[in-house]
Write a new protein. Structure first.
Length: 88
């Protein structure tokens, strides 16, 4: 992990196309501005984790729905006559 100290208005460059600007600092809160290409998704971590979990749950549900159903266990039919013991 890279740890930097930046003041409001200062920037950090990530790769060739991502620019992070410190917009302001107020107490324990830092406001960041992020410039990135249109194809780059940017999420707050808690949103990203929630989306990731939602996708995992949806994929698991889809996998369960795609499984072939197992044959039902054989049970005696209610219509079949019951066996009687042989007469004595």
């Amino acid at each position: 992990m890279l740890i930097l100290t930046r003041r409001p208005g200062e920037r950090v460059v990530i790769g060739d196309e991502v620019l992070v600007t410190v917009m302001g600092v107020s107490g324990h809160t830092v406001r960041l501005g992020i410039e990135a290409p249109a194809g780059v998704s940017i999420y707050r971590e808690e949103i990203w984790l929630a989306v990731k979990e939602e996708n995992r749950a949806a994929a698991a549900a889809a996998d369960v729905g795609a499984l072939p159903s197992a044959p039902a266990p054989a049970t005696p039919s209610a219509a079949a006559p019951a066996e009687k013991p042989p007469p004595e």
